[in-house]
Each structure stands twice: as C-alpha cells, then as structure tokens.
Write a protein that binds this ligand. Structure first.
Ligand code: AMP
Ligand code: MN
Ligand code: MN
Ligand code: MN
Length: 284
C-alpha cells in the first residue's frame, strides 16, 4: 500500500455515538473514494463484522478498529486500535469493562443537569442511543439541541458537558497500559487519537508519548478532523521525534455534525511511515 492512499481510519456508527449504520458509513466512504477504511466505535467492536462485510461489498480494503477511552494524567485520552483480532477475548472483556460505568455516569449527568433546570436529560439522551451499553455525552448533546437549549452540539459541550460545566461527570476509563495491550495482543497497532485535542502541558504530552511507546504503542494520528493544518505539521514532527507511524482519519460522526467528511482530509505528509504499513498483513 502506498503512502498516498485515501485511507480513513477513524469514524463512528450507531454502535457508539455516530448517526449512520456501519453499512451507511461504508457506502458514504466508498462514494467519497476511500480505499482503506476502519470503523472505530468508542469502546465497542460490535459493528466490526458488519463493517468488514460492507467494505468488501464496496471493494474497499478494511482494517478492524476501535477507539478506547483511557484516563491519563487526569485527562481522557483516546487510543485508536487498528488491525486487531475482533474475536480476541481480552479485547472483548476489556472493552466491556470500559463501557461498564457509562449507565451510572449518564444518570449522574442527568441529575446534575436537572439542578440547572434541564429536566429529563437521561430519558431524552436515550432516544438518540443506538447501543444501550454506549450512552455518551454526544447523545446528551443531541438531546439538548433537539430541546432548543443550544443551537448545536459544540455549544452544548462548551456550556454543559466539559470539565467545570454543570453536566460534566468525571469518569475513570481504561489505563493506557491496558488499552495498548488489548490492541497489540490481538495483533493490532495502537494509535494516539487527535493529540492536539488534549489539554496537556508540554511535559504531560511528552509523558503520554513516552509511556505510550513504552507500552508498545506505535502510531499517532497526524491528519484528523479536529486538527488544523498547523497541527498536522506539529504532530508530523512529533511522530518523527518518537519514531511513530502516522494515521489519517476524519473522526466522522454524522452528516449534520462532523466538520470533516469521510475520505476528505489531506493525505499524510510523504515523509512519514503510514500506519497501514505496520498492519499490512491485517488488511482484509
Ligand atoms: P464520552 O465518551 O461520553 O465522554 O463522549 C465523548 C464524545 O463527545 C467524543 O467522542 C466526541 O464525539 C464528543 N465530543 C467531545 N468534545 C466535543 C466537543 N467539544 N464538541 C462536540 N463533540 C464533542
Ligand atoms: Mn465520539
Ligand atoms: Mn476521540
Ligand atoms: Mn472518534
């Protein structure tokens, strides 16, 4: 596989907090010219067999995927896994445990929102949920937009769902070590997702990359929907500094919400090792 490839290795379906089914995403990716695709639902691999079959039907290459929620230095960090065995029991059990606290957390979010005058948020969010084990902040955001409380989901996050805001409930996710182990033990490659999104100091970010490498992590997202072109350049340098391969993915969630469509971002900078070279034997 060449490094100039329309690979989109990060997106979400109704199995987590996206609004399209795996089949609808595959059709959209194929229509946009994606050649190599991965569905990376949050803490879930329930859509993997459907996504792989849909990719095949459209003539796209496929890598298995997930995006694991990790707590590192008090912040939530996302680790994308690509090319792992979706039937590996360690991955299945690890993700199940990671999903486990979401129901309780959602009830607490709802109780906190009620205190600032927003009633029925748990029930309201549930109406947007495709997978009962995966209620996320995104579903609350859609409910608050539907209720007319905010004009879009960004405004909901800004006003209600981020740290220090009334609906935010801190949660303890997987450890970095475990997430990387679940991915690599199943033959996959671990990728630090959208590094520019974390509110780390330079020292904390250095620690994240150093520990990630020490645990066996091998790649970082350089070109992704929430990075600016300046951040592509910054994290291309970080990839070289840490000897990591580079990934590319839109992080597409919904035609109405996502700023980057499937397969629409710039190619990876040429001098980087594309992540798909590390899992060439896992491409279906
Ligand atoms: P959760 O896993 O429940 O904490 O929800 C995290 C999800 O919320 C992310 O995967 C994004 O889809 C979404 N999200 C996080 N921050 C924002 C934001 N500022 N604007 C819109 N969506 C966001
Ligand atoms: Mn999401
Ligand atoms: Mn993410
Ligand atoms: Mn994502």
């Amino acid at each position: 596989m060449p490094s100039i490839l329309n690979a989109d290795l990060h997106c979400h379906s109704v199995v987590s907090d996206g609004t399209l089914t795996p089949e609808e995403l595959a059709a959209r990716a194929a229509a946009n010219g994606v050649e190599l695709w991965a569905l990376t639902d949050h803490d879930e691999i329930g859509g993997q067999h459907r996504a792989a079959a849909a990719a095949r039907a459209h003539g796209m290459k496929y890598l298995t995927g997930t995006e694991i929620s990790v707590t590192f230095a008090g912040e939530t960090v996302h680790i994308v896994g690509l090319g792992f065995d979706p039937d590996d029991p360690r991955m299945r059990q690890g993700l199940q445990a990671t999903r486990g606290g979401r129901g309780q957390r959602a009830q607490e979010m709802s109780a906190q929102l009620a205190k600032v005058g927003i009633a029925g948020a748990y029930k309201g969010a549930l109406r947007f949920v495709g997978n009962p084990e995966l209620i996320s902040r995104t579903h609350f955001a859609r409910f608050l937009v539907e209720s007319g409380i905010c004009k879009d989901t960004s405004e909901v996050f800004r006003k209600y769902l981020t740290e220090g805001k009334p609906g935010y409930v801190p949660h303890r996710w997987a450890s970095l070590r475990d997430a990387v182990a679940w991915i690599t033990q199943g033959g996959g490659v671990a990728v630090i997702a959208h590094p520019a999104r974390y509110r780390f100091t330079a020292n904390e970010e250095y620690a994240l990359f150093t520990e990630f490498k020490a645990h066996g992590g091998q790649a970082v997202e350089v070109v992704t929907g929430s990075h600016t072109p300046a951040e592509y350049v910054k994290y291309a340098a970080t990839a070289r500094e840490f000897g990591l391969a580079a990934s590319r993915g839109s992080d597409f969630h919904s035609p109405d919400e996502s700023h980057a469509d499937l397969g629409s971002l710039p190619y990876l900078p040429g001098e980087l090792t594309p992540v798909w070279e590390l899992v060439a034997d896992r491409i279906q």
